[in-house]
Design a protein. Structure first.
Length: 374
């Protein structure tokens, strides 16, 4: 999910929009402007309906954002690090970098969002009553009534007990707390999510069959999305849990070939890249590791200059980001490579080079683990 627009920061959390958001925003504003509002407050001009449709759609997304912020704020309070919320086609996704470590934390984070939505429904209900009693504000009353209703819908939908929805997280936390087994709890909650998704799809088809084409299609669409989310979040979690148990020391390549920073690129290409078939090598100077050179670095230099260019001028200089300890988990290594968009990290123990770990090393080990069922 790399695509999107960065909007602004609240409470240290970056808010972004996925491009799919615009599609849903347009659909919501349009259906409000030509369906809901003309029905509830007839007799206004088309441009008025469009304006209040857009304003209400914006307020709806503000409500979704507050729901997600409530999850993220609670997560950060409880020690999990959430830096970004992305609003996309079906609401929002907080970018979790870590999974909660105990069921109580999970439970608190899961209920924080729906709790915010219930509070919002309450606020808009009071505003609706106020707008209704003070006559002359029928437009405001209709808008507030819609927002009351939509926040209740958000609560009900999110509390459906299927992972990865909030209700599924609650189910997982309770199961986890009762049995102490997070794998089993995740499996149960994901299965519930998939079952619910399939029921929703079937129900959608029944609706289409009986003539409610648009409503039924929405149900099928949301059901398919949920089913896919339940499956992928489950397998992601399995990968995470496996990688967290593997130490960098057990996944890394130990026999590392180190280059001198004074070698020319032609020597490096002929002797090392062709000789060893590695894609990257650590670079040393006076026995100290000073950088790393990869095929990409070499590719940046024109071929005619390989004979005269030294490794030191083409390599990436070493930074703390490019170094891990053998005691770190493979999960940390994997996250580092993803966030820096690199293929390998150097492993050092007390300032001494002990290995190099690549994405391929991690993938290979994962494959073995899955194949052998350990
Ligand atoms: Zn939520």
């Amino acid at each position: 999910m790399g695509r999107g627009i960065k909007l602004f920061k609240i409470l240290g959390i970056q808010i972004s929009l996925d491009y799919t958001w615009f599609i849903v925003f347009g659909l919501v504003a349009w259906s409000l402007a030509q369906g809901y509002f003309p029905l509830t407050i007839p007799g206004l001009g088309i441009s008025t309906y469009i304006v209040i449709g857009i304003i209400s759609a914006l307020l709806l997304f503000a409500c979704v954002l507050i729901h997600e912020l409530s999850h993220s704020y609670t997560s950060n309070k409880l020690g999990l690090d959430i830096k970004e919320i992305k609003l996309f086609i079906f609401g929002g996704v907080a970018q979790l970098t870590k999974e909660p470590e105990d069921p109580t934390t999970e439970l608190k984070i899961a209920v924080a969002g729906p709790a915010a939505s219930i509070a919002l429904a309450g606020v808009f209900w009071v505003l609706t009553q106020l707008a209704k009693t003070i006559s002359g504000y029928p437009i405001l009353a209709a808008m507030f009534e819609y927002l009351t209703y939509i926040n209740i819908v958000l609560v009900i939908f999110n509390m459906i007990p299927g992972f990865p929805l909030d209700g599924g997280r609650v189910l997982r936390a309770i199961w986890w707390k009762k049995t102490g087994n997070i794998q089993r709890a995740t499996q149960v909650a994901s299965q519930a999510g998939k079952t619910f998704a399939i029921l929703l799809i079937l129900f959608g088809f029944v609706q289409i069959f009986f003539g409610n084409f648009v409503g039924g299609l929405w149900m099928v669409f949301i059901g398919m999305f949920l089913q896919q989310a339940a499956e992928s979040s489950y397998s992601q979690l399995l990968v995470k849990q496996t990688l967290e148990k593997i130490k960098v020391a057990d996944a890394m390549t130990k026999n590392v070939v180190v280059l001198s920073e004074d070698a020319t690129l032609s020597t490096v290409v002929e002797k090392y890249f062709f000789g060893y078939h590695f894609v990257g090598f650590p670079v040393a100077s006076d026995g100290r590791i000073v950088g790393m050179i990869t095929l990409n670095n070499v590719r940046m230099v024109p071929k005619e200059e390989w004979a005269t260019t030294l490794v030191r001028d083409a390599m990436n200089k070493i930074t703390p980001d490019l170094v891990l300890s053998p005691q770190d988990s493979a999960m940390i290594a994997f996250q580092r490579m993803i966030s820096l968009d690199i293929g390998r990290v150097i492993v050092m123990d007390n300032g001494k080079l002990v290995g190099i770990i690549t994405r391929r090393d991690i993938m290979k080990l994962m494959e073995f683990k899955v194949d052998l069922g350990v």
